[in-house]
Design a protein. Structure first.
Length: 231
């Protein structure tokens, strides 16, 4: 794949760390549905609501390497133990669980999509957000990235993700700055020292929070992000 370079207009963003001492506030969701949500979906819905609560219609891109894998793993364990599988657990175990709930809660039928691309999931989600908005800027695009490490049953996962959720509202009409993104092809040398950030989510969050450049190095490519104030 050739090198890529693009910029997205950022209206606002929100981050929820996995290590937070309190649970995400999802009080905008009715109690019965709220009780059924996983920790991952709660974090994703919280940051999504932070960014788009006052936006009438928004296209959603949900990105996650593992998605609701932990819920799926619990279902597989129930099957292995000959226990009854909860229909609710099954219906909430798909990758794009969050997008369905978000649309239902908002009464918003605007298009939604979900993607997963291994350790580079967030980077390609930012590219998808750019492509969708560049094609049609009439409706804002909400990128929601949420992930958590895989269950220990799966063993060691190379370039494992960190927990947490990040949402970015892409909208030029309300932008506060521009996020410059770049992907350059290149194979990591066997003895190469890892970049400053262990995951893409940590690098992007650092760039947005500190307004400074950040980088993440994968096995086959390098990713860089840079913040620019204003329009």
């Amino acid at each position: 794949m050739s090198d890529l370079h693009w910029t997205i207009p950022v209206a606002r963003w929100s981050f929820w760390p996995a290590a937070a001492s309190v649970a995400p506030d999802v009080g905008f969701i009715e109690p019965m549905m709220r009780r059924r949500l996983s920790t991952l979906s709660r974090a994703a819905l919280k940051v999504a609501h932070d960014c788009a609560a006052d936006v009438p219609a928004v296209r959603v891109i949900f990105a996650s390497r593992h998605g609701e894998l932990r819920r799926t793993t619990d279902i597989l364990r129930d099957i292995d133990a000959s226990r009854t599988v909860s229909p609710t657990a099954f219906s909430l175990s798909v990758l794009n669980t969050m997008t369905g709930i978000f649309g239902i809660v908002r009464g918003d039928r605007t298009a939604a999509s979900a993607l997963s691309a291994g350790a580079e999931t967030l980077g390609y989600a930012l590219l998808e957000a750019h492509a969708q908005y560049a094609t049609d800027a009439s409706t804002p695009v909400l990128l929601v990235y949420a992930d958590e490490p895989a269950d220990a049953a799966y063993g060691t996962v190379e370039d494992e993700v960190e927990g947490g959720a990040l949402a970015i509202l892409v909208d030029a009409s309300a932008q506060t700055g521009r996020l410059e993104c770049a992907r350059t092809a290149g194979t990591r040398p066997a003895d190469a020292t890892r970049a400053s950030f262990a995951s893409q989510s940590r690098a992007v969050q650092h760039c947005l929070d500190r307004r400074t450049a950040s980088q993440w190095r994968g096995n086959a490519s390098d990713w860089q992000w840079c913040w620019h104030e204003g329009a």
